[in-house]
Ligand binder design. Structure first.
Ligand code: PLP
Length: 416
């Protein structure tokens, strides 16, 4: 069957979900917007009423190549027809090829595959702890993370996440974590000194995404690297949201002029197919057979889809597109913020992860803007109560950036 006829068949089979039925049977862990999305193409999605939306959410910074990209449809069909899952009891070629691509295009030497960002960070935390035990002789290793960070929803990663709202009612949390303000080197120096002899790792996002689209400072990260070296602690960078080209460089750390010892990737890696990766330099690769595992991790289907994303990024120069379209998006958002300076404080971000910042003193919330955007055919996502996040697919065009920012201008003109 051709990929076009496969897509048509899937579209015609789609049944609009009944939201009452949905809410009766699905746990209420998400505050969903009341539209039911049914199909997509490029940077656009359609709901069950046939309304179209320009998608600047991209599955929350995940659909790198947008929706129904021909290369993804073709690769998915071919891999499903060949082999989709066999477990890690056996060798599978796509996993090795993906690891090689990631290693050859980053500072890392080795990769471990899993299924999500939280899992990739769990792997990084376990690796750092084992390294501290077996290489540094530390009995009770400490990992420092940042306030306002986000690292996932498992017990260890909500503990790593420096936001009490994600931890409430889930205690007792995992021991061995402490927190520092982001981009504040004096605070980090002091806390690292407090844990002298016990410091296993410092774990940070190169740009805090969920925490409000806050890019790391270059000077700060250069000093973080020095502190890690001085304490023999590992530097772990969580690249789950900002990595895979979104920042205008393949990896967020390239914006900071430093290299981590461990970094994690997920979201954009599979372009919407669940896959995560934890990558490290060989000196800290202390995992042995049996130390860590995942049934689904690195299966041939997910790896082939991630490889398709990687190859398409290269072939279509999409990292550069992220940089150029990101500059255009940021300039347009700055202009909107200037025009509505009574309500907006500005725009910030790297490449195609940009945040429009609402004034703290104004009653307007990010959800108000997102809701008004949906009503006008634009999908956006909050990054906390006061920042609206723009994370379109990396294939976004100049015309689509203009269309999206014209809608935001209209939203601002009509929201007081
Ligand atoms: N780390 C960062 C920086 C994230 O932004 C997220 C998700 O938003 C995660 C980790 C968790 O990823 P996942 O939801 O795939 O577990």
């Amino acid at each position: 069957m051709s990929t076009t006829s496969l897509a048509t068949e899937l579209t015609s089979q789609t049944i609009a979900p009944d939201t009452e039925q949905f809410d009766s049977y699905v746990m209420g862990t998400y505050a969903r917007f009341p539209i039911s999305l049914e199909r997509g193409s490029g940077c656009r999605v359609w709901d069950s009423n046939g309304e179209s939306y320009l998608d600047f959410v991209a599955g929350i910074a995940t659909c790198t190549l947008g929706h129904a990209h021909p290369a993804m449809v073709k690769a998915a069909t071919a891999q499903m027809q060949k082999l989709h899952h066999v477990s890690n009891l056996f060798y599978v070629a796509p996993q090795g090829e993906l690891a090689q691509w990631l290693v050859q295009n980053s500072c890392a030497d080795k990769a471990f595959f899993c299924n999500s960002g939280a899992e990739a960070n769990e792997g990084a935390i376990k690796l750092a702890r084992k390294y501290a035990h077996v290489k540094l002789g530390i009995d009770a290793p400490m990992i420092l993370t940042a306030n306002a960070s986000f690292h996932g929803r498992t017990l260890a990663t909500i503990t790593a996440t420096g936001q009490p709202k994600y931890q409430k009612n889930f205690d007792p949390l995992v021991p061995g974590f402490d927190y520092v303000p982001y981009n504040d080197i004096a605070a980090l120096e002091a806390t690292a000194t407090k844990y002298e002899g016990r410091l296993a790792a410092i774990m940070l996002e190169a740009l805090q995404g969920e925490g409000g689209v806050c890019p790391g400072d270059r000077d700060y990260f250069e000093r973080v690297r020095q502190i890690c070296d001085r304490h023999k602690a590992l530097l772990i960078l969580d690249e789950v949201q900002v990595g895979m080209g979104r920042s205008g460089n393949l990896w967020g750390y390239e914006n900071l002029g430093i290299e981590p010892d461990i970094f994690t990737s997920a979201k954009g890696l599979g372009g919407g197919v669940p896959i995560g990766a934890m990558l490290c330099k060989s000196f800290c690769d202390v995992f042995e057979a049996g130390d860590h595992a995942s049934t689904f991790g690195g299966n041939p289907f997910a790896c082939q889809m991630a490889l398709t994303v990687c190859h398409t990024l290269e072939q279509d120069d999409l990292v550069n597109n992220a940089k150029e379209r990101g500059q255009q998006l940021q300039a347009n958002l700055h202009a909107i913020a200037q025009k509505y300076s009574d309500r907006l404080d500005g725009a910030r971000g790297w490449g195609l992860i940009q945040g429009l910042v609402i004034s703290e003193s104004h009653a307007l919330t990010s959800r108000d803007i997102v809701q008004a955007g949906i009503e006008r055919g634009l999908l956006l996502v909050p990054a906390g109560p006061k920042v609206v996040r723009f994370v379109p697919p990396l294939i976004v065009t100049a015309a689509e950036i203009e269309e999206a920012t014209a809608i935001v201008t209209d939203v601002m003109a009509n929201l007081s």
